[in-house]
Design a protein around this ligand. Structure first.
Ligand code: IPE
Ligand code: IPE
Ligand code: MG
Length: 288
């Protein structure tokens, strides 16, 4: 009880700090640790996935509250197809149920949340593909907040698919190889249709410090901030979410400070001697 009161106080304090600075526009999350959580609390592993899905709902509420414009969640990787038939079908059943709920949930419509799936959706069972189509169709006109569900997703495969598609176009004379640049590749990725393709912040729960083939192109172009934390996804709380955002804000502050320092150095090098004073003041202001 006392712990809960403390927690709420800390959460409010952190929220107050965070809203004063810019929040990331696009957050991507690797929701890891469902089975380890289940093992720890001694429930069947598939139930761990269900508990994880509940955290996902909270996560979307937090994104909405803070004004995040786009969230991409890693729901199922291409590597995850190698899990047992029992686990795969349990995960797919949960996703079907949650997507159906999302399509009917008043919050989806009030927030004008657009839902899209990214990945090799054709590899998924038919009923799941149908559900995805339904929720995408029900929300296709919305632009309040975007939710991308990475499902049957693999980052290298995404880039490979883009390369194959571009090669086809070159062969057909629709694209010139000399015109291919970063933006051409971005336009051929699964995320080409989403509002904000580049990721600002990537979060991974469950204690592992790796990105598991998730959005390699979208995350590196923007040099996004990364937050790795120990809690398993079902126990990820709002304070963990807020801490992740704070890491992004510190990172942005550093980036801006570095840009200012470079500009001032350049001006000083060009002979603007009086800039030295300004440099000192700015350095003090940004704490360097
Ligand atoms: C993430 O949790 C969910 C999916 C990959 C579908 P895991 O199932 O990987 O759980 P851990 O990491 O083994 O605990
Ligand atoms: C990452 O979790 C993928 C998802 C969260 C869907 P995994 O548990 O499948 O990843 P690795 O194999 O540990 O990197
Ligand atoms: Mg895992």
């Amino acid at each position: 009880m006392f712990r809960e009161i403390l927690y709420q106080g800390y959460e409010r304090l952190l929220t107050g700090e965070i809203v004063k600075h810019g929040v990331p526009r696009h957050i991507a999350v690797i929701m890891d640790g469902n089975r380890r959580y289940a093992d720890r609390v001694q429930i069947v592993r598939n139930y761990g996935h269900l508990r994880g899905a509940i955290t996902t709902e909270h996560f979307l509420d937090w994104c909405w509250e803070l004004g995040v414009k786009q969230a991409t969640i890693y729901a199922f990787s291409t590597e995850n197809f190698s899990r047992t038939e029992n686990e795969r079908s349990a995960i797919f059943d949960i996703i079907i149920r949650k997507l159906d709920e999302l399509a009917c949930d008043q919050r989806t419509h009030d927030r004008r949340m657009r839902v899209s799936a990214i990945g090799e959706v054709h590899l998924l069972p038919d009923d799941l593909q149908e559900t995805i189509k339904r929720v995408e169709a029900a929300t296709s006109g919305y632009e309040g907040i975007h939710l991308n569900i990475a499902i049957a997703y693999g980052g290298q495969r995404e880039i490979l698919d883009a390369v194959i598609e571009m090669a086809r176009k070159v062969e057909a004379g629709e694209l010139h190889a000399d015109d291919v640049d970063e933006s051409t590749i971005s336009k051929h990725l699964y995320t080409s249709g989403v509002a904000i393709p580049d990721v600002d912040l990537i979060v991974r729960t469950g204690g592992d410090i790796r990105t598991s083939n998730f959005l390699p192109w979208q995350a590196s172009g923007s040099e996004c901030a990364a937050y790795f934390c120990a809690p398993f996804w079902p126990e990820f709380r709002k304070i963990d979410f807020l801490r992740a955002i704070r890491v992004y804000q510190v990172r942005e502050h550093e980036r801006e400070s570095a840009a200012t320092r470079r500009t001032l150095k350049l001006l000083a090098a060009c002979g603007y001697a009086e800039m030295e004073g300004v440099v000192g003041q700015v350095k003090r202001a940004i704490g360097r």
